[in-house]
Design a protein around this ligand. Structure first.
Ligand code: GLU
Length: 316
């Protein structure tokens, strides 16, 4: 297995210059576009890795899958889907247009920014250890500790957010601010708009590596039971909802094409990460910050398509 992963990383290093790092969040443009990492976590809790699989990067939109799982567990389906739909859009991740034109009256799904900002507004505050923290920090802290558990991190290895990326996004987020204020106008955001945005920026700047994403993918692949411990961390229904929305909406407006070529539920982020889940087989995490025009990792989509073909992981 390790050999196969090494081969795919080698192939992808040759492709990476074909894309460029995201630059609309200035700190992301500073990441080395030549990095490539791949990890696979199987059903017995084994981890296979190649390349830059332990380089941490800001997970950006991959956080939308984690936040959705956490809010579904903590607040239930009605709280989420009364305010966010379950349908793909075919629009870019940060599109605002349908908020006004659609008859749905709410964002189409939790994987686009509008839906994810609504989900971030529903994040519960961390119960302990947040004494004195502001509301967004306490909410992000709760999500970070959930993400740590979902990635099989030990209790001494806490998930952190990248302060530079956070500040960079926060300082340039005119479009996300516009979306959030429009959501407020539609009655879909309770409480303070800026606080929901802060929680969203903090979740996007969480730092993980490809190995973390592979383990979290294996948690979803086994419908909420962690293969590394046998412990149930998510309800079956939660895992299935997250995977279904990943399959239809996880790779922005490239979700259909990726489904045809890789056949895997997956979620990408503009930091270059992709998390994928192959039902009852494995979880896969990839990293490659050079992106295609739709915002998906050039190396990551290549490796996932190849891996799916090599290991017959097609689930769709
Ligand atoms: N923080 C990014 C934004 O909201 C996430 C985008 C992404 O990874 O798709 O613009």
């Amino acid at each position: 297995m390790k050999e196969l992963l090494e081969t795919l990383v080698r192939e992808s290093r040759a492709l990476a210059p074909g894309g460029a790092c995201a630059s609309y969040i200035p700190a992301l443009a500073a990441v080395d576009p030549g990095l490539v990492g791949l990890a696979l976590a199987d059903g017995e809790g084994h981890l296979f890795e190649a390349g830059d699989s332990r380089v941490r990067f800001s997970i950006q939109s991959v956080s939308k899958a984690f936040a959705l799982a956490y809010v579904l567990e903590e607040r239930g389906e009605d709280a989420v889907f009364s305010r966010v739909g379950k349908e793909p859009t075919g629009d870019p991740f940060n599109s605002i247009i349908r908020l006004e034109t659609s008859r749905l009256g709410k964002p189409y799904n939790p994987m686009i920014n509008a839906g994810a900002i609504v989900v971030a507004s529903l994040l519960p505050e961390a119960v302990a250890g947040s004494g004195g923290a502001s509301e967004p920090s306490a909410r992000a802290a709760g999500l970070r500790s959930f993400v740590g558990r979902a990635c099989g991190r030990g209790s001494g290895d806490a998930v952190t957010s990248d302060e530079t990326v956070y500040a960079s996004e926060r300082g340039t987020a005119n479009r996300n601010r516009s979306i959030a204020w429009f959501l407020k106008e539609l009655g879909l955001l309770d409480g303070d708009v800026e606080e929901s945005l802060e929680a969203y920026f903090l979740q996007c700047s969480m730092l993980l590596d490809a190995a973390d994403l592979a383990r979290a993918g294996s948690l979803l692949a086994y419908d909420g039971v962690a293969p590394w411990s046998g412990e149930r961390l998510l309800a079956v229904r939660t895992a299935r909802i997250v995977k279904s929305l990943m399959a239809t909406c996880g790779l922005y407006d490239g979700s259909g094409e990726f489904g045809v070529d890789a056949g895997l539920p997956a979620k990408s982020g503009v930091g270059g990460g992709i998390l994928a889940a192959a039902k009852r087989r494995c979880g896969i995490g990839s990293f490659g910050p050079a992106l295609d025009p739709r915002g998906n990792s050039v190396a990551g989509t290549h490796m996932l398509k190849r891996l799916s073909a090599e290991l017959d992981l097609f689930a769709l």
